[in-house]
Design a protein around this ligand. Structure first.
Ligand code: B12
Ligand code: SF4
Length: 432
């Protein structure tokens, strides 16, 4: 019995080989722990020749090994590519079972008539049951249950860590998680719905386990740069202190995500002392009206505070913004500009608002003043390959065209700003 887990390429991404697919690494470690022979094929970094269709892919995926079960991770924007990959897997082994899971199948399982099983939620436990033949082939939708341990050591040995592009302070990094879940429920985000952990439920790894695993990453893989992928790494100050005290002697450099309104100045002091290179936050907007409409549970001042604290302790501050959220107008975008001038984050990233299925905005668009959403899921990306805007939508406040005009003006203004601190290669190109 051989299971092959596949990460499809992402056509519209600026660089789709930044990070290895952590979800598949977690599933693979559970399969391995259950004695199942598993491999990972990561097709990221491939230019997909859409013009040549299936023939084009055929050459590129010829290397996918023969397997009895293929498990594919699917983001909304990789639906089309996934369908092609599934056809090729069936050519490789006509008797294979196809399983899909991840962000999009978890919230829109009915979109996947082409797969044998669609896993909804976290995939570790479900994939083991499928591989052990405990799920009848007639059961198409499999709801993932909580695994006994959310924090097995990810199966990094199945990938080539140095082939990925994300660098922290000049050296290749690996993604790693110390918690699963987020207690908030912002209207544009589908996380709690996607992972089926239950509203507001968060699972935490013990600080000692985090220390042991990071030590392993250093000793066994030679990696001393970690991209903490937790939605909010800084969530509980006491726990954070314990983790940082333990890992400090390992001399790693890392980046993570913080949370305005929750973090204190002390958070940034202890992060800096432990080797933190960069913190990012979903700042989203400089307008309190927009933040409230998003159910972000944060004030403009909270957002400003975290940026100032990070800068005070020498940590690169990276602010993510969403533009075009329903309610956005020329005036609210001006407020965001004023916020950026005032708070002056070192780095910034603006994504166009996208009403993803599984989020409150995506599932109840009319309630949010969103109109005429396209059915073409390939359009659901936030930033295009060239760093310019992705999808635009009509809202009660702005038409697509009006928004695009404001967006171009905003991006032109933003791109003239200094972009400080360590950069990824694609960012060097975008900001040169
Ligand atoms: C890191 C990250 C990235 C990274 C790296 C992605 C990678 N190589 O893995 C980068 C920056 C490249 C990225 C890019 C994009 N991302 Co992103 N990303 C994330 C983030 C923050 C963490 C992902 C992660 O590692 N989670 C931890 C692991 C353990 O969870 P997981 O991946 O979901 O996997 C679990 C389950 O989903 C399931 N599962 C996953 N795959 C499979 C497969 C099978 C067979 C089974 C059975 C189960 C299963 O089991 C896993 C283990 O429990 C998430 C938000 C989040 N917190 O999840 C957004 C998120 C996944 N991204 C999102 C989006 C929209 C994008 C982009 C389209 C953005 C854009 N350009 O417009 C691109 C698309 C990239 C692509 N490959 O298609 C959305 C997805 C929405 C959707 N419905 O599809 C999310 C949810 C953020 C959000 N709320 O908007 N992303
Ligand atoms: S946007 Fe961030 S804070 Fe809000 S629900 Fe999603 S992960 Fe949590």
């Amino acid at each position: 019995m051989r299971v092959e887990l596949i990460h499809p390429p992402h056509v519209n991404s600026t660089d789709d080989r930044l990070d290895p697919p952590l979800g598949l690494l977690m599933i693979a470690s559970h399969l391995g722990a259950n004695g199942i022979n598993v491999g990972i094929t990561d097709l990221s970094g491939m230019v997909v020749p859409t013009e040549t269709g299936l023939e084009g892919y055929r050459k590129q995926v010829a290397d996918i090994p023969y397997a009895d079960i293929y498990g594919i991770t699917v983001y909304i924007t990789s639906m089309k590519v996934t369908e092609d990959i599934i056809r090729l897997c069936r050519l490789k082994n006509p008797k294979c079972k196809i399983v899909v899971g991840g962000a999009h199948p978890s919230v829109r399982p009915y979109d996947f008539t082409i797969a044998d099983h669609v896993v909804i939620g976290n995939g570790e436990e479900a994939m083991v049951r499928i591989a052990k033949d405990e799920i009848p082939i007639t059961t198409r939708f499999v709801v993932g249950k909580s695994p006994e341990n959310y924090f097995l050591f990810p199966a990094y040995h199945l990938i080539e860590p140095l082939s990925y592009h994300r660098k922290i302070d000049g050296k290749t990094s690996l993604p790693y998680l110390t918690s699963r879940g987020c207690p908030f429920s912002c209207n544009f985000c589908g996380l709690s719905n996607m992972h089926k952990l239950g509203k507001g439920v968060v699972h935490f790894a013990e600080p000692e386990l985090v220390y042991e695993q990071i030590k392993r990453m250093k000793e066994e893989i030679g990696i001393d740069r970690i991209a903490f992928q937790d939605d909010i790494f800084t969530m509980k100050l006491d726990r954070l202190k314990k983790i940082l005290d333990l890992i400090k002697p390992l001399n790693i450099r890392f980046r993570c995500m913080g949370r305005a309104g929750m973090d204190t100045e002390e958070t940034y002091k202890i992060l800096a002392e432990a080797g933190c290179d960069q913190v990012s936050w979903g700042i989203e907007s400089g307008s309190q009206y927009i933040l409230d409409r998003m159910n972000k549970k944060v004030t403009v001042q909270d957002n400003k505070n975290v940026i100032q604290w990070a800068k005070k302790y020498g940590i690169t501050s990276r602010a993510f913004f969403i533009i075009g959220y329903p309610g956005e107008t020329k005036e609210t975008l001006e407020e965001t500009k004023r916020f950026i001038i005032d708070a002056d984050p070192d780095q910034y990233f603006a994504s166009n608002f996208v009403p993803y299925p599984g989020t409150k905005c995506g599932d109840y668009p009319l309630g949010f003043g969103i109109k005429n959403v396209t059915k073409d899921l390939n359009q659901f990306y936030q930033v295009s390959k060239y760093g310019t805007g992705g999808m635009t939508i009509d809202t009660e406040w702005l038409t697509k065209e009006q928004f695009r005009e404001l967006e171009i003006e905003f991006r032109t203004w933003l791109n003239k700003r200094e972009f400080r601190g360590n950069k990824q290669d694609y960012e060097v190109k975008l900001h040169e």
